[in-house]
Design a protein around this ligand. Structure first.
Ligand code: CTP
Ligand code: MG
Length: 228
């Protein structure tokens, strides 16, 4: 079975509070999403990279994507939620993929994906029955609030992980999971809702998601200080 990447990039980036959707904000002089796509296209294990853009995307065609060749395929079929965008993408590529191919779903908003992140994930999961996700152990102490914003409980962080992407599942299993899922914020939750247990593969915090303005500065620092 082969490995394909699907990159949901049809969000509006509301928490970023910027003019443009965050995937097109400049990061080291290039659109943020270009770093993300370059990392995936450079991974030898990935056969093709599909990027899911919003139907009315005005920005994609303003850039030159030819250097990526035919390994990169844009799909203008984004949905109302991240899960809808991924599902629309899966439907759009159905004729070019087989049921048992692996799909790596990776946020456009995670531009600091490193080669070893992809390599670890695929190495650990290639023969797995379910699939799994990159994740990092939670570092902070966690509090559960009551209705008055007082601490109702301290949640022990032991055994808690922060989910990242890529999230890697079989084509047909992922499609079924997302078709029956409601309000999921990642692929793994949809798989979990079917009673399956995705594997946690340890990544590291440099694979951050650009969500708030500060994250853009952190991402810039991480890319600049990467040794490769
Ligand atoms: N995404 C998508 N389709 C949507 C919503 C989100 O493809 N309808 C993508 C985003 O473009 C992003 C990834 O899913 O690459 C992760 O989502 P998130 O960080 O929440 O991005 P946004 O939804 O754009 O940001 P916000 O939630 O702050 O509005
Ligand atoms: Mg969002």
């Amino acid at each position: 079975s082969r490995c394909f990447a699907i990159v949901p990039a049809a969000g509006s980036g509301s928490r970023m509070k910027s003019e443009q959707p965050k995937q097109y904000l400049s990061l080291l002089g290039q659109p943020l999403i270009r770093h993300t796509l370059a990392a995936l296209c450079a991974a030898p294990v990935i056969d093709r990279v599909y990027v899911v853009l919003s139907v009315g995307d005005q920005e994609w065609d303003k850039h030159d994507w030819r250097p990526f060749g035919d390994r990169l395929v844009p799909l203008f079929c984004g949905g109302a939620s991240r899960a809808d965008s991924v599902l629309n993408g899966l439907r759009a590529i159905a004729d070019d993929t087989s049921e048992y191919d692996w799909i790596l779903v990776h946020d456009a908003a995670r531009p600091c994906l490193a080669p070893w992140h992809v390599e670890s994930l695929v190495r650990e999961l290639l023969h797995d029955e379910v699939g799994g996700i990159l994740a990092v152990p939670v570092a902070d102490t966690l509090k559960r609030e009551d209705s008055t914003h007082r601490v109702a409980a301290t949640v022990p962080r032991e055994g808690l992980w922060q989910a990242q992407t890529p999230q890697m599942f079989r084509n047909v299993m992922l499609k079924r999971a997302l078709e029956s899922a409601r309000n999921v914020t990642d692929e793994a939750s949809a798989i979990e809702a079917m009673g399956l247990r995705p594997r946690l593969v340890r990544g590291d915090p440099t694979n951050l998601k650009v969500t708030f303005p500060l994250d853009l500065h952190l991402a810039e620092w991480i890319l600049q200080h990467r040794e490769d």
